[in-house]
Structures are given as C-alpha cells and as structure tokens.
Ligand binder design. Structure first.
Ligand code: ATP
Ligand code: MG
Length: 636
C-alpha cells in the first residue's frame, strides 16, 4: 500500500474531520487507492441501524487473498510474510515468503475444493498457532468458504457448541499441540466433540507433535499428503463485498458466545488502514502481535491487516513463561521486532517476574508498543513504558471488540500524546457517543456514561450467525439509532476516552455509578498488589457495597494483611474518593479468567453475593480450579 501514514496531530484532526463530514468520500478514497478490486462498488454505504443493516462498497467484487498475497508478489515476492516462532526455542524459526505463502495457500485451497468445500460453506478451524492456521484461514477465503476459528484451548463441549451453531461440515485440526512443557491432545478433544456433531463428515489433520492418534475411517485424513498432491495455483473466487468472510465467537466473558459475522470488503479496508496507522508500520519492519489467531486480535492484526500491507508478521506458538519468563524478550531480540502488541494480563504477569529476565535481552528494535483486551492499569502501563519501551516507544492502548472487527479508539504513535489508562482518541472515521442511562447523549467533555458509536464503520460485524434478532437486541436496542458497545467510558477535559469497564459490571454504591477499571487501577498501585478485581454485593444501607479480590505479589513482605487492607482503602480514597472504599477484601492466589486472559467478574460477583448454586459454565475458563479455592475462602 502506498504511504498514507498520519504524521502529526493537526493532520489527525484534519483527516478525522473529513472522515466524519464526508465518510463516504473518505472511505471511497481509501478503498480506491490502496486495494485491488475485480470490480468497483456501485454504492459506498447504505445503512439503517433500526433493522439493523449496514452495507459497505455494495456491488464491488474482490478476493481478500489477492489483496493479502497476490498483489505483493511482483514487489515483495521474496519478502518474509510470516515468521513462525515455535514453542521450543531450539526448533528453528520458519520464514515464509510471500511467494511461498501464495503457493501454500493455493495448495490448501485446492485441497478444500477437492474435498467438496464450496463457496459459503462453513469450515471450523481448531489448530494451534502453527503456519497451517494462518494458511487455512486464507485458503478458505481463497475459495469463498466462511472460516470459523475456534481457539485451540477450548474444551470439547465449547468446540461442539460452536461447530453446531454454524453447521460446519469440515473441521481442520492437528494431532496435538505444544504448550510450554506440555503437549495437548487436540485430536482427542475433536473426537470427543464430534460425538455430538453429526453434521461433520470430514476432518483434516495436520501433523505437529507426531503422537499416535485415532483416525476415523471415512472421516479423518492427514493433511500433508493431500497438500503434496495439490497444485500451487488456484484461481481466487470472485466475492461480493458483503459476502461473509468469517464467523468468530466472542470470548464469552459475559455469557453465551455470539457468532459474529464479518464481511469481506469493509473488513479488509478497515483492518488494513488501521494496521498501517495504529502501528506506524514501515516497509521492512517486523511486527509481532502475541495474541492467538483464535481471537479477533489475531484475525485482524496477525493475519489480514498485516498481510494486506505486505508486512512481516510473527506467529508465536508458545507461551510467555516457557522455557522461562524471558521468552517474549528473547523473541523480540531474535527477530528484531519493531512493533510489539500484547495484552494487559501478559504485561502484569511479566512485570511480576521482576527485571532480571528483561535486562538480558536487547530490546532496542522496539518502536511501538500496543495493548489490547482489557483496560491497562496505570502501574502496568508504566512498567511497560519504562522497561520495555524505554520511555521512547509510545504505547497504543487500543480499545475495540470482536464485533467492531478493527481498532476503534487508540492513540496514533508519535502523533497522539499518550496518557496512561486512556485509549485517547477515536480512530479516523469512528464517531463515539457517551450516553446517560435515559438515552440522552452527553455532549462536550468531562462526561461519563455508556459508550456507543453513532455512525457505521467499514469493519463492523453485520449480524450474529443465525440470530439477527439477537444482534439487534444486543447492540441496537439500548439506544436509538446507535451501536451500543456494552462498555462504560468517560471523556476527559481534552476529549480523551477512558474505558471504565463493562456496563454490566458497573456497581451502584449509594446512588453513585462506579466502573470497575478505575478502582482496580487504584488498588493495583499498592506496591504489594499484583492484580485485583472488584464486584458489588447487596448492602442494607448503600444498596451495594464493594468486594475486592486481590492477588499479592509473592514478595514475602506485607505479611500483615490487615495493614494491606487499610492501605488499599487509603489509596482508593486518594485516587477516587471514600465512596469507592472496599467493604471486604479477599486475598487470593488467582482470579478466574477467560481463555483470552480476561477476568470473569460474573463468577466473582456470584461468589461475593453468596449465590453459587448456578455459576454458569466454568469449563471454558483458563483456570477453573481457582473458583473452588475462592469459594472456600470467601469473606462472610
Ligand atoms: P463477550 O462479548 O462474549 O463477553 P468479550 O467482550 O471479552 O466477550 P472481546 O470482543 O474479545 O470479547 O473483547 C472486547 C471487550 O474487551 C471490550 O468490549 C472491552 O470491554 C474490552 N477491551 C478490549 N480492549 C480494551 C482496551 N484497550 N481498554 C479497555 N477495555 C478493552
Ligand atoms: Mg463483548
């Protein structure tokens, strides 16, 4: 893509104003200049949030893989598209050039075709972070099949639910996966899931750990021999702009997962444009996002966004703690990573380890740091800024969702002055609104309420698979003519946004609405605190009171827990006010987290409210074992 970086704040405001005043002209220019179309659109945008229905670039025809691969071949054929860094640091990294990627995607696409997969069919992908995962996504896109990636840490029940929800006939998996020192029997999990998925007739199995697995006659086939037979050229299916590209289930922090459906053209345009600007990617940079492709972050900012820009993107198979907590920094040094994008949960876990492992590695290649997934607390922000970015690499705190497809509120590095815990300004084209609980928009600065978006953007999800009514109810019914994000936010005196947590988690104490993020942020300032989560429980006088779950750093100091309790409340009083003081503080070894590393406050709330008869599905948790421990030590 040609150079369209935004270079300074004045330019940001100029471009932003244009994108809001003339959104159609603006996005049309971006789409025209930077992508390859089989046919241009008849109409840039039509929308109606009351249905809801949104269409971008209607009438256009394209294939996203031609934009992510083919068009780079003449200029970047030998450039590395994907660097695969294996779980085991002693296994050599693999560098896949754009030319090689082209051949491998086409072979895979031909295999899918030979197995009878057709345009519009859903294909479930349940693979570890190996090159076949990225290649499988692109192969589906090449032939117009809709991929549905299920994170390969999910249980057989979670997998089966997702397979059945969108009627997949094929599952692509591997014999197993490596996760640090452990191996996981992925194929065994698939076999178990498929007992309740009668619609699946075809399973393709990649070899990764060379374990002895069961192959069901007539259903299961090894992938490699099929690939070896397949041709390296496959004509790209001509897709319509609004054809679904993929389905992806939200991480499920708030309950039953939703299969968000993303479109082709709008998704491509927005993820590519945000990638380029939010990470200020320059030709020959090496970019690394540590997420798993099983989440939206991996779809948009490991695969599609970077490849649409002809970038070099790192795929890491392992975990941050293996063989030790220096692994991330070792990889940064080894591949001279320029942009590093990770989640607050990882930053906190790494900060807890101290500096010894950080100092062993040369991190001087880093230019931009990113954070996504949860509000980043101030202490973690400073640790990241001081020790990883060495105070010279801006942190982009990117707020967005599975539903939004791409980054929505974020600083632009070297353009937007950053501010800890603030996602700062809306990205180009994004029109946020803060609403009060009566449905009135709060205009001007220094306001706090519910975060909505009042105008469509190209990469927004178009529906929930098989349940358009739920899509409407969840996102378009709370506020008229607005997309409701489910998150709370405030806008400060200069117009910067801070995400205050999920609206469902807001606690009303003596009539005051308290978001979780600012209070947890204050608690985490205490030097002995590693991580915390707060929830509400019923209180005779205040309506609700606050219950805090706190993980202490294992420093050995601060043994006097009652003192720590007092100090935590002092800090809260200083940062927020006495209204936000915690009535109960439980020290715990762990907090229940989703597989993507987010705190499940829903479960903590039930425990604090002593309503544990129905905790909901805890099997999809990263660490289900902590739940019992927390229940056993609940404070009366
Ligand atoms: P579910 O919708 O099933 O409950 P989920 O919301 O955890 O799952 P995602 O779409 O992966 O699934 O996460 C989006 C949410 O993550 C946002 O709505 C917000 O609450 C939180 N989030 C993501 N990035 C940030 C950020 N930079 N700052 C604050 N919160 C963030
Ligand atoms: Mg959500």
């Amino acid at each position: 893509m040609s150079n369209y970086h935004i270079k300074h704040l004045e330019e940001y405001y100029q471009v932003y104003r244009k994108s809001v005043r003339e959104p159609e002209n603006f996005w049309e220019e971006v789409a025209e200049e930077h992508f390859m179309w089989q046919k241009k659109w008849d109409n840039v945008l039509s929308w109606d949030f009351s249905k809801p229905e949104v269409k971008w670039f209607e009438g256009a025809q394209l294939n996203i893989t031609e934009n992510c691969i083919d068009r780079h071949l003449s200029t970047r054929g030998d450039k590395t598209a994907i660097i695969f860094e294996p779980n085991d640091p002693n296994e050599p990294a693999e560098h896949i050039s754009y030319k090689q990627l082209h051949g491998r995607v086409n072979q895979f696409a031909n295999v899918l075709k030979s197995q009878g997969v057709k345009r519009g069919d859903r294909v479930c992908i349940y693979l570890p972070m190996i090159p076949e995962l990225a290649i499988a996504l692109l192969a589906c896109a090449r032939i117009g099949a809709i991929h549905s990636v299920v994170f390969a840490g999910f249980s057989s029940t979670a997998l089966a639910t997702r397979i059945n929800d969108c009627d997949c006939k094929m599952v692509i998996t591997s014999d197993g996966s490596y996760r640090g020192a452990k191996t996981i029997d992925l194929k065994g999990i698939v076999d178990e899931a498929l007992e309740s998925c009668p619609g699946v007739t075809n399973v393709l199995v990649a070899k990764r750990i060379h374990s002895d697995i069961n192959m069901k006659e007539g259903r299961d086939q090894w992938l490699q021999p099929l690939l070896d037979e397949a041709s390296t050229s496959c004509k790209a299916e001509v897709m319509d702009a609004e054809d679904p590209l993929f389905i992806l289930y939200t991480s499920g922090s708030t309950g039953q997962p939703k299969g968000m459906v993303h479109s082709t053209a709008g998704y491509m345009v927005y993820t590519a444009y945000t990638f380029k600007n939010v990470f200020q990617y320059r030709e020959n940079d090496v970019y690394w996002c540590t997420a798993d492709i099983g989440w939206i972050t991996g779809h948009s900012y490991i695969v599609y966004g970077p490849l649409a820009n002809g970038a070099t993107t790192v795929m890491f198979e392992g975990v941050p703690s293996y063989p030790n907590f220096g692994r991330f920094w070792e990889i940064v040094q080894k591949h001279k990573v320029n942009q590093f994008y990770t989640a607050p949960t990882a930053i906190r876990a790494l900060a807890k380890q101290g500096m010894e492992l950080v100092e062993q590695y040369d991190l001087s290649s880093i230019k931009v740091l990113g954070s996504v997934g949860e509000p980043i607390n101030e202490e973690a922000w400073h640790w990241y800024n001081d020790n990883i970015g060495k105070k010279k690499s801006p942190i982009v705190d990117t707020w967005w969702q599975t539903e939004t497809g791409g980054i929505m509120i974020t600083p632009i590095p070297f353009v937007t002055p950053t501010k800890p815990t603030y996602a700062t300004l809306p990205f180009i084209g994004i029109q946020p609104a803060i609403m009060d609980e009566h449905g009135k928009e709060l205009k001007g600065n220094q306001v706090e309420g519910r975060l909505c978006v009042k105008f469509p953007w190209p990469s927004m999800a178009r529906t929930i698979w098989g349940n358009h009514q739920r899509y409407k109810d969840t996102y378009f019914s709370a506020f008229e003519n607005k997309y409701f994000t489910g998150d709370g936010a405030l806008r400060d005196e200069v117009g910067y946004y801070r995400i205050t947590g999920r609206v469902d988690d807001v606690i009303i104490v003596s009539g005051h609405n308290l978001g979780t993020a600012p209070i947890e942020d204050a608690i985490n300032e205490h030097p002995a605190v590693a991580e915390s989560a707060i929830v509400g429980f019923p209180h005779d006088v205040k309506g609700n009171a606050l219950y805090g779950y706190v993980i202490l750093k294992d420093t050995g100091e601060y043994r006097d827990h009652n003192n720590v309790r007092k100090e935590i409340n002092q800090i809260i009083t200083e940062h927020i006010g006495p209204i936000a003081k915690l009535d109960k503080i439980q020290f715990t070894k762990g907090l229940p987290k989703t597989r993507s590393g987010k705190i499940m406050r829903r479960i903590l709330r039930k425990i604090a409210q002593r309503d544990t008869s129905n905790l909901g599905d805890t099997s999809t948790l990263l660490n289900p074992e902590v739940v019992q421990d927390i229940m056993d030590n609940v404070i009366e």
